[in-house]
Design a binder for this molecule. Structure first.
Ligand code: ATP
Ligand code: MG
Length: 711
């Protein structure tokens, strides 16, 4: 005879009335005939439940694909699936010990910024806790920085270490939303209790019905019982709804924060890093990978917790009901655990590969869409389509491979979990036949077994999703943790501020001393060797040379977009290495050879030079750079939109807008890199006049192929 937990779970009102009925028990003197009929009923129930238990799991998986919550109350495992999400970390504080360790192992271009960042981490006391607590975890994220490092993780530190550390890091990122996440987890207490009560209630109803059938009293009304249980289920439904909403909010906030942090980190990276990265891959990390991470920090955490609570709860109740039968029902757990460990490692490696392949495909598409005109001019649509198709096919083939591994795992877990239930059915049926157990108890027991089986299956799905998210998280952290070798303007606490030029408009002297430089991508092909240049403050010099001789490179080095291999560059006698790069750049206006405009209006593009300039100042700059000449023909004048990368303007018009942008900025150092190469003779003459006016009292470097252009 069993006295279940139903009594203490509910204590008042109608529900108590209904539940008190459930505590009725069938007596041992039940006839053999009755037992047999009960066993037949049980078999029918069990078969029904076995069929049903597969459905919510399938629904659960579909829910994941569509980002739905898919949460459901009732006896079957709830599957809370909120759209997922993430956090940012101050770019100034990315110099964690972990990040330093990462740079030692990463395949990404090394930043060499470790020393510089030590000062930064000292400065950021406010984020110290975050740094300290996440350092170990981020070292793992760091270790995932490349396929190579992942593989070394596999053979070296082991998969579980990777998972644990990245998971800790993710939890750290989710920390600001901990209130919502904890509240969602707290709803589990209610929904799980109700779910765990239902099997007991069903068993009791069955026994009460059997008793009532043999000895009618008129006190047993199945509808009343159902109504009471419906009240409980309804309550659980409200909590499931609340959980879905809270997770959704938390997930979206987290992913939005994480994307901002990742984007900030990408923007902060030095030019050399971006030279060596695939743009599509970075975009893929920003969109796809960040999205996957959202599920790990919200939905999967709660789903995992729920699975654990439900599995533990149902296991406890199984032992409470029948210890020997409970041992039989738990036989499936050890093999499932071993399979999870083996499959998890393989899944993580494969999933990272999938993300990389998707990154490649995005890169190809991004390049072709950006260069659509060239594609059309060379009739390369088919070639581009084939290139993209091949990349996408590889990515999807890899994804199918992941799917097969997952499906094998899910299938094995399903068989193991439900196989245990069938064992219980066989062994439990024998106990009922032997009179050692009542039919109601066996019903309750079987339902708890099914509950446990469902939850173990659910946990396997959660595990696979978490592994997927962790692979994506590793790719996101790889960039987020990367410390740029040249501080960016986003590094608010940049430590290189010994010399600040900000707000200073006096002309400056420039000196290149014994400069040697090779682009990091072609380290063995020096562009400048023993390069010397001495420009006095206010001087206007021309840099003339053949194509590819390194003229534009000089402008890039002066603005510290790249660091030298050796030698020094001094501005007003100070080494630019000791200056805050953003302050240095604020003193230099570069009109580049192939100026880039951003989508937006012409006025917005001119204002890019000085965001707080007034409309009148923008108009003056537009007029001096002869922008007004072509905008007067356009219906919206300066407010005409230029399209992505300025494609709706001609090359010469783009160049004029770029000149106006620098004129508005009015910097003490001007670099004019073939600034008028795309202009007709008349416009060039007028602009040169305007440039002469603008550069009065400024230090100017004019770059040209021929001396005549720079005169
Ligand atoms: N990001 C880069 N990575 C590797 N090599 C580069 C990179 N940018 C330029 N180079 C190489 O550096 C050399 C100098 O380039 P640079 O752009 O300075 O030439 P330039 O004198 O301005 O030529 P042009 O007159 O054609 O504009 C070239 O050989 C070029 O191929
Ligand atoms: Mg050039």
């Amino acid at each position: 005879m069993v006295h279940g937990p139903g009594r203490w779970l509910v204590s008042s009102g109608r529900i108590t009335l209904a539940l008190s009925l459930l505590t009725c028990r069938a007596g041992r003197e039940e006839s053999v005939r009755r037992r047999e009929s009960c066993v037949r009923i049980l078999q029918a129930i069990v078969m029904l439940r076995l069929r049903q238990v597969g459905r919510p799991i399938a629904r659960h998986r579909r829910g994941l694909h569509h980002g739905s919550n898919g949460a459901a109350g009732g006896i079957l495992p709830e599957t809370p699936r909120a759209p997922l999400a993430t956090t940012t970390k101050c770019t100034a504080c990315r110099a964690t010990a972990a990040a330093r360790r990462y740079h030692q192992s990463s395949s990404l271009p090394n930043s060499g910024a470790d020393e510089r960042k030590k000062a930064c981490s000292d400065d950021n006391g406010s984020s110290g806790a975050l740094e300290a607590s996440s350092s170990e975890a981020s070292s793992m994220a760091s270790a995932s920085s490349s396929r190579d490092s992942v593989e070394s993780t596999e053979t070296g530190r082991g998969g579980s270490s990777f998972e644990r550390d990245v998971l800790l890091r993710l939890l750290e990122i989710a920390r600001p939303e901990r209130g919502l996440i904890l509240a969602s987890a707290a709803t589990l207490a209610v929904t799980s209790s109700i779910t765990l009560l239902l099997p007991y209630a069903c068993g009791s109803v069955l026994d009460a019905a059997v008793l009532e059938a043999s000895n009618p009293t008129g006190n047993f009304d199945p509808y009343k019982v159902s109504l009471g249980l419906f009240g409980l289920t309804g309550t659980a439904g409200v909590f499931v709804y609340a959980r879905g909403v809270m997770l959704n909010i938390a997930g979206n906030r987290i992913v939005s924060r994480m994307r901002r942090g990742l984007y900030g980190s990408i923007l902060s990276q030095e030019a050399a890093f971006l030279d060596s990265s695939k743009r599509g891959d970075l975009i893929s990390r920003l969109s796809n990978d960040s999205f996957f991470v959202r599920s790990a920090v919200t939905t999967e955490v709660v789903a995992g917790l729920r699975g654990l609570v439900m599995s533990a709860g149902s296991t406890g109740l199984l032992f409470y009901t029948s210890p020997s039968l409970a041992v039989v029902s738990l036989l499936s757990i050890p093999p499932v655990f071993v399979a999870a460990r083996v499959v998890g490692r393989s899944l993580r490696r494969k999933q990272k590969r999938v993300q990389e392949l998707h990154g490649n495909a995005t890169d190809i598409a991004e390049e072709a869409i950006g260069g659509m005109r060239t594609v059309h001019l060379f009739n390369s649509e088919r070639r581009e389509l084939e290139r993209y198709s091949s990349a996408v096919t590889s990515a999807h083939d890899a994804e199918i491979d992941v799917g097969k591994t997952r499906a094998k795992f899910d299938g094995a877990v399903h068989v193991a979990a439900n196989g245990a239930v069938l064992l219980v059915l066989g062994y439990g049926g024998t106990l009922v036949l032997g009179g050692e157990m009542s039919p109601g108890d066996l019903t309750g027991f079987l339902m708890y077994s099914l509950l446990m089986a469902g939850n173990i299956s659910g946990l396997s799905t959660t595990y696979a999703e978490v592994v997927k998210s962790l692979a994506a998280a590793g790719r996101v952290f790889e960039i987020m943790d990367r410390v740029p070798s040249i501080p960016s303007s986003l590094d608010s606490k940049s430590e290189c501020k010994e010399v600040s030029l900000e707000g200073d408009h006096k002309p400056k002297s420039i000196r290149f001393e014994n400069v040697r430089f090779a682009y990091p991508q072609r380290a063995d092909v020096p562009v400048l060797t023993d390069f010397e240049l001495d420009i006095k403050a206010g001087e206007n010099i021309a840099l003339v040379g053949g194509s590819g001789s390194g003229k534009s490179t000089v402008a890039l080095l002066l603005s510290r977009l790249y660091d030298l291999n050796s030698g020094t560059i001094k501005v007003d006698g100070s080494d630019i290495m000791s200056m805050d790069p953003s302050a240095l750049r604020s003193q230099i206006g570069v009109v580049s050879q192939d100026p880039l405009l951003f989508s937006g209006t012409i006025a917005e593009n001119i204002r890019y030079g000085r965001p707080n300039a007034s409309r009148a100042e923008v108009e003056t700059a537009a007029s001096r750079a002869r922008v007004a000449e072509f905008t007067s023909d356009l219906p919206h004048g300066l407010d005409t939109r230029v399209g992505s990368r300025g494609t709706q303007l001609s090359g010469g018009q783009r160049q004029r807008v770029a000149i106006a942008r620098v004129m508005l900025r009015d910097p003490p150092i001007c670099v004019l890199d073939e600034a008028t190469s795309a202009l007709d003779a008349r416009s060039e003459f007028h602009i040169n006049q305007a440039l002469k006016e603008m550069t009065q009292g400024r230090t100017v470097i004019s770059i040209a192929h021929r001396l005549s252009t720079s005169e």
